[in-house]
Ligand binder design. Sequence first.
Ligand SMILES: Cc1cc2nc3c(=O)[nH]c(=O)nc-3n(C[C@H](O)[C@H](O)[C@H](O)COP(=O)(O)O)c2cc1C
Length: 384
Amino acid sequence: MPIFSFCFTASLYLTNKPMGSSFGRLFRVTTYGESHGEALGCVIENCPAGLTLTEADIQPDMDRRRPGQSRITTPRDEADRVKILSGTFEGKTIGAPISMAVFNENAREKDYSDIKDIFRPSHADYTYHARYGHRAWRGGGRSSARATIGIVAAGAVAKKILREKAGVEIVAYVSQIKDLKFTGDVDLGKITALREVIEANPVRTPDAVLAEKMTRLIQDTRQAGDSLGGIVECAAVGVPAGWGDPVFDRLDALIAHAMLAIPATKGIEIGSGFNAVSMTGKEHNDIFEMQNGKVTTRTNHSGGIQGGISNGMPITFRTAFKPTATISHEQPSVNERGENVMLKVKGRHDPCVLPRAVPIVEAMLALVLVDQFLIAKTAQYDSL
Ligand SMILES: Cc1cc2nc3c(=O)[nH]c(=O)nc-3n(C[C@H](O)[C@H](O)[C@H](O)COP(=O)(O)O)c2cc1C
C-alpha cells in the first residue's frame, strides 16, 4: 500500500472515523455490545450530578424490552438485569460518565452456526459483510435488537431527568399490527391511567379487545413460519415552547434520526404526517388561542413542532416497523461464496417486534428531549 494511502487511512481511523455508536450533543450516549457477546450496555457522558439513580430506576424499562417476556415475543429468555458500574455514589450521580451493563446469559451460538455464511434476506448480514468483511454472525452481532439494551438503559435515565426536572412525560403504544388498527383516542391528560391500559396486555395497545385479536394474529403468523410489522405511536407531554433549533438540527429532524436509528424501522410521521397531503391549509392550520394564560392550538396537526422548535403542544409521531426479517419459512438466498442456496432458520426470533419496540421508541425520544432540555438550560445567550 502506498505510504500516502496508508497515512490517509490511518488518520481517518484515528481522527474522523464515524463509529455510529454514539448519540446526542450534551447528554452523549455510547452503546456497546453484541447479541452473543459477553455483555451489552452504554456509557452516558455529561449527565448532571445530584440525580438520585439506582438500578431500580432502570430495570422496569429493561423488563419491558427484554426477550421472553410473553408468548408473542422471542423465546430467548434473558432476565436482562442491569448493573450500574460507574458514575454514581451513595445512590446519586456525580457528574462522571455513567456506565451500565447487562450480561448475556441465554446465548445459543449453535442456532447460527449452520447459517453463518448465508445472508438472511432483509437482515443486516450482507451489508455488514460488505462493509466489514469480518462480522459477528452469532445472532446478528451488533445489528441485533440486543444492541438496544444500552438505548433503553440510557433512555430510563433521560426519562427520569425529564420527569423530575422538566415535568415531561413520554408514552408510547402499538397502534397497528398489519391491518389491525387502533382507531380510538387516547387521553394524554391522564398519562398514568393510559400507561396502565397499555401495559395490561402483551401487545401494548390501548384496547384490550384489539389486543386479543393482535395476539392471535401474531401467534397464527408465527405458526405459519412468517412475521408481521406495524406502527408504534408516541407522545411527549409537558415539553415547553422553545426547545429545538432551526435549519439542520430541527427538533423533528432529530426525532426522525432517533427513530430511524432503531432496527427494523421503515418510516416516521410527525403530527398529521402523510395525511397532511389530502388536507387544505384551512383544514390543516393549527389555530392559536389563549387557554389559562398559555398559547395553545385548537388542533395539533403540527405534532407539537413548528419551524423545528417545540410549540408547547404534545409532541406526537408514529414510527413504522417492518415484519421481522428472520422467519422460519424456507427462503432462497446467497452465501459468502456467491452461491445461490436455500435458507432455513431454526433460531429464536420475534414474530413481530412491535410490543418490545415500545420502550425503545420512548427511550430514543427521551434521549433527544433530554439533550434539548440541557441545551435550553445552557443557551440563555440566545436572547438578552
Ligand atoms: C425489539 C426488536 C426485536 C427484534 N427482533 C428481531 C428478531 O428476532 N429477528 C430478526 O431477524 N430481526 C429482529 N429485529 C430487527 C433487526 O434487528 C433488524 O431488522 C436488522 O438489524 C436489520 O436492520 P434493518 O431492518 O433496520 O435494515 C428486531 C428489532 C427490534 C426493534
